[in-house]
Design a protein around this ligand. Structure first.
Ligand SMILES: Cc1cc2nc3c(=O)[nH]c(=O)nc-3n(C[C@H](O)[C@H](O)[C@H](O)COP(=O)(O)OP(=O)(O)OC[C@H]3O[C@@H](n4cnc5c(N)ncnc54)[C@H](O)[C@@H]3O)c2cc1C
Length: 511
């Protein structure tokens, strides 16, 4: 049992933070978020920290196994909370010091919730060592992960105007070159995915993404900036319309929910604060397919389309994006479409860590392939099969992994169910099948899916049937806002923010 719930490197980390802050405060002029790397921390050889780690013993007197979890998202954080800490010394590695409640990110981006309402600090998890770092490589032969510290400038995680990078790229590189090697007995790769851009020129530079809390912060900042700029008296109405044109590329659940949340903001609070500008604002969803929300039943797709048209959200379907320039979306057949903000939401691409792994089998999308016990399948000749050889001690789940011959959607639901399954497996609680005599493999229980189409409408496709309109919206709010949020602090925070918004409107200060 660990004596403290804090990281054993807490003292060192605290003094390092102090150094960073001191250096930052001296060097950084106001509103400049420069990279700060104290000279003594600059790059050098990878330091093996095996000897620096404490050894703890389980009840049977054996040293506890070291379980390293990469990623604090739906998969990693759910696993972390469910794993038996009496059995494992648990190490969490993530460039995020929090878990992000992704279904609520659109609400945070549009001020319907506060950022702290959609995140849980990972350091609150008992008996866990947490390192705020990126895993940049894995030495499977030596059973070690190579970590690069991911310290952002203190107190100002990411410059909110620096929207132009993939969710995590802006975090990286601050201490690039300084790495250390952490040993593992069991490793869980749960590092999620990046945004898929299909190689479209200019997306990373000129579009906004919605994948993490920093993204939602950047989006909120930009929406309000567009309205503030459009208020200036020297602009023509055409210039104002261009600034207040909000484009969403991708009509899947994330894009559609963001468009809906933005519509709510404009319809209610923007109308109150910028009454003259509100009629000039417009939302357009572009999609390459002929419809939106294609994972839903056809009647629900139709309902969503009608709802969006009713709300004045323009749908431009069967479109081919060519490139994104600053303030201009070039798309066929429309040509040049001006915008104030373009949110790109066209699915997932594997990140650099997963791409760098040559020792594992992968599917067409580059996701790691596992067997039904979520063990990563070793690379080698021939087709991947569930009986294939595995990489010793390595598991993978969440958006970066798929089970061979059992592909599942990249959702929080699948990620968290896999995490609970893996916790049971590692805790030694998985049942043996009476027919095969082997451990029961993972099986997904489809709990249905739902999407919000405004603050009072939505669609839900459930096991027992379909819902649309107000009942679906009520279900969405109670499930994501209250039931699935984790701590009482967050649940109460969400409820209080909703009540305050209903009474006084959203607080729309730019941060
Ligand atoms: C806006 C939005 C809304 C969504 N809404 C829903 C919904 O309503 N319902 C639903 O079921 N699903 C929803 N999803 C999908 C769902 O969020 C994902 O399927 C889920 O987050 C996948 O979990 P994960 O743990 O694999 O990845 P993530 O939750 O993305 O977590 C990945 C973690 O790995 C960390 N990481 C990244 N690189 C490294 C590295 N090199 N080393 C260490 N750590 C690393 C990240 O910082 C992060 O902590 C939504 C997604 C988004 C973006």
């Amino acid at each position: 049992m660990l004596s403290s719930r804090r990281s054993p490197v807490g003292g060192a980390a605290a003094s390092l933070s102090k150094q960073l802050w001191a250096t930052y405060a001296q060097r950084a002029p106001a509103r400049t978020y420069a990279t700060v790397v104290p000279s003594q921390l600059q790059s050098g050889p990878t330091i093996d920290v095996t000897d620096k780690l404490p050894v703890h013993y389980s009840k049977d007197g054996k040293p506890k196994e070291k379980l390293v979890i990469l990623g604090s998202g739906w998969a990693g954080y759910t696993l972390l909370r469910a794993i038996d800490k009496e059995k494992y010394d648990t190490y969490l590695v993530s460039p995020n010091t929090y878990f992000a409640m992704t279904p609520l990110l659109a609400s945070a981006a549009t001020g319907a919730l506060e950022f702290r309402n959609v995140m849980e600090p990972v350091r609150e998890t008992f008996d866990t060592y947490f390192w705020h770092a990126y895993c940049d490589g894995i030495d499977f032969a030596q059973k070690k992960v190579h970590l690069t510290p991911a310290y952002p400038p203190p107190f100002r995680a990411v410059d909110p105007t620096h929207h132009s990078h993939d969710a995590h790229e802006s975090w990286k590189s601050q201490e690039e070159g300084r790495t250390y090697a952490l040993p593992y007995d069991k490793l869980v790769i749960a590092c999620g995915t990046y945004n898929r851009t299909f190689g479209t020129e200019g997306v990373k530079q000129n579009a906004w993404f919605l994948k993490d809390v920093q993204n939602s912060r950047a989006i909120r900042y930009r929406i309000l900036e567009c309205f503030e700029q459009a208020e200036h008296p020297d602009l023509t109405d055409e210039q104002r319309r261009n600034l207040l044109h909000f484009i969403v590329v991708g009509g899947g659940p994330t894009g559609a929910e963001f468009a809906a949340a933005l519509y709510d903001l404009i319809r209610k609070d923007i109308k109150r604060i910028f009454p003259k500008l509100q009629p000039l604002a417009k939302i357009t969803i572009f999609d390459a397919a002929g419809g939106i929300l294609n994972s839903f039943d056809e009647s629900l797709q139709e309902y969503a389309k009608k709802q969006f048209l009713h709300d004045g959200i323009d749908l431009k379907l069967n479109r081919k994006p060519i490139r994104v320039e600053r303030g201009k979306f070039i798309v066929e057949p429309d040509g040049e479409v001006p915008f104030g903000m373009l949110v790109w939401s066209t699915g997932n691409a594997q990140g650099p860590l997963v791409n760098s792994i040559d020792e594992a089998k992968k599917d067409k999308s580059g996701a790691l392939l596992t067997n039904g016990l979520l063990q990563v399948l070793a690379a080698g000749e021939g087709e991947a099969t569930v009986e294939g050889k595995t990489v010793e001690g390595v598991y993978s789940l969440g958006d970066c992994a798929q089970i061979v011959d059992y592909s599942l959607p990249a959702t929080a639901q699948v990620a968290s169910q896999k995490a609970k399954y893996l916790a049971n497996l590692l805790n030694g609680k998985t049942k043996t099948s009476s027919t095969t005599g082997q451990l029961e493999p993972f099986r997904w229980k489809n709990m249905g899916s739902m999407t919000r189409l405004s603050s009072s409408t939505g669609i839900a496709q459930l096991k027992g049937g379909k819902l649309q309109g107000k009942p679906a919206s009520a279900l969405w709010h109670s499930t994501y806002g209250l039931y699935l949020t984790i701590t009482w602090r967050t649940k109460i925070g969400v409820a209080v923010t909703w009540i305050l918004n209903a009474l006084f409107g959203r607080s729309l200060s730019r941060m």
